[in-house]
Design a protein around this ligand. Structure first.
Ligand SMILES: CC(=O)SCCNC(=O)CCNC(=O)[C@H](O)C(C)(C)COP(=O)(O)OP(=O)(O)OC[C@H]1O[C@@H](n2cnc3c(N)ncnc32)[C@H](O)[C@@H]1OP(=O)(O)O
Ligand SMILES: O=C([O-])CC(=O)C(=O)O
Length: 381
């Protein structure tokens, strides 16, 4: 049967949240070019995705204050997070576990989108601090969401230019219609699962290197090329000859280039110039040129983001968790939209196995069946 591989091109639902039509990313009617050109704060973008309209300046002030008020974690949760953060696993796994755990202790009444958005930032920042035995920092009232994120991750208050740049990076990652993690969240939401369960599922899908996990892999790629002493062409030719994917290139939707990469390229260059990382940036440029020339593949959102985070001094295993914090805005919007639509997502499969097979007689199933289990004081189950 000739099926569209990986649901490519299959439209599965209506959405008013975002669109990638005509190779342009649009959030509820606003192209990202418009939002970037007007320096729209990330908080306003979150509001836009959740309400499909931009906030008034008063609503923005109130929303920023509400987010700030939620930028703290209860002592009991923090104590558990301290233990979780010491587990030697990828921070995306720790984030997944932490969000799941938070969902287990939060009452339904307490869970609201604003609190979740703020707490995602706090969890990622706290994992970074706690695993390094550093004192957790408190969010600062004078900083916006982007500024607080950089401060809580690095311990350094970003200057105005860095804050503005990081704000744009968050803006560009906030939503992307039916990407794999958002689709995963929507499938969970369609069963009427709670928000934390939907988010946990989304984090699991984002983690993979073919999706959000690619930004960290870009860092490894650039480091490996640098250390190999090989030319970019030799290194990439050898990998491509083995049919390996080069991380940070290609996209399911954008075959003519990811519009977000256009901006991130320039931000990465600005950061690299400022932080004396031009060697890394130039290496990335050579990789991009080779991929375009030999495979006609262009960088996606993950490629230049890796350089920006590196310049800010953020550990490479935190690149994907940053993506998760920004994308929480989109995930929550889609979870809400899917729940409101109120139908189950359950596609059909094309079965390629056999039917009506018989169990071979010599298989003594009774030997494999566990003895009846008797509960204390109760009947055998
Ligand atoms: C936030 C995000 O999720 S953005 C994407 C992040 N992921 C990555 O950067 C991982 C690398 N990229 C990829 O794996 C792919 O480009 C994807 C998964 C993102 C999109 O894939 P699809 O639309 O399914 O395209 P598909 O994987 O079928 O690729 C088409 C062809 O281009 C090749 N190709 C695509 N991307 C790459 C790449 N990064 N490196 C090498 N070859 C590639 C494929 O091997 C395939 O070649 P073939 O026709 O000879 O088999
Ligand atoms: O849409 C996709 O397939 C992946 C992507 O770029 C995103 O989630 O931002």
């Amino acid at each position: 049967m000739d099926l569209p591989k990986g649901l490519a091109g299959v439209v599965i639902a209506d959405t008013a949240i975002s669109s990638t039509k005509n190779d342009m990313l649009t959030y509820a009617g606003y192209p990202i070019t418009e939002l970037i050109a007007n320096d729209v704060p990330y908080e306003a973008v979150v509001f836009l995705l959740w309400h499909q309209r931009l906030p008034t300046s008063e609503e923005l002030r109130n929303f920023r204050a509400a987010l700030f008020a939620e930028m703290e974690l209860a002592p009991d949760f923090l104590a558990t997070l301290k233990k979780i953060s010491k587990i030697q696993r990828h921070p995306m796994s720790l984030l997944r576990t932490s969000v799941s755990f938070l969902g287990s202790i939060e009452s339904k009444a307490e869970s609201n989108a604003t609190a979740i958005q703020a707490k995602m930032l706090m969890i990622v920042a706290m994992i970074v601090r706690l695993r390094a035995n550093k004192k957790p920092l408190k969010a600062r009232r004078e900083l916006d969401f982007a500024g607080n994120f950089v401060y809580l991750l690095t311990g350094k208050v970003p200057n105005a230019a860095e804050d503005a740049l990081f704000n744009k990076v968050l803006l560009l990652h906030a939503d992307h219609e039916f990407n794999a993690s958002t689709f995963t969240a929507r499938v969970a939401a369609s069963t009427n699962a709670d928000e934390y369960s939907c988010l946990t599922a989304a984090i699991c899908a984002l983690k993979g290197p073919l999706h959000g996990g690619a930004n960290e892999q870009v860092y490894f790629l650039l480091e490996e090329i640098r250390k190999s002493g090989q030319s970019v062409a030799d290194y990439l030719a050898a990998r491509l000859a083995k049919h390996e994917k080069i991380m940070g290139f290609g996209h399911r939707i954008y075959k003519n280039g990811d519009p977000r990469a256009f901006y991130l390229h320039d931000y990465a260059k600005t950061m690299a110039e400022h932080y004396d990382q031009m060697a890394m940036f130039n290496l990335a440029e050579s990789v991009a040129a080779y991929m375009l020339q030999t495979k006609n593949l262009k960088p996606n959102v993950d490629f230049y983001a890796a350089i920006i985070y590196h310049c800010l001094g953020i550990p490479h295993d935190i690149f994907t968790p940053i993506f998760a914090v920004s994308r929480t805005a989109g995930w929550l919007a889609h979870i809400r939209e899917q729940k409101a639509a109120s139908y189950l997502i359950r596609p059909s499969s094309h079965y390629t196995g056999e039917y009506n097979k018989k169990v071979p007689g010599e298989l003594q199933l009774s030997d494999l069946t566990p003895r009846p289990f008797k509960q204390e004081g109760g009947a055998a189950l």
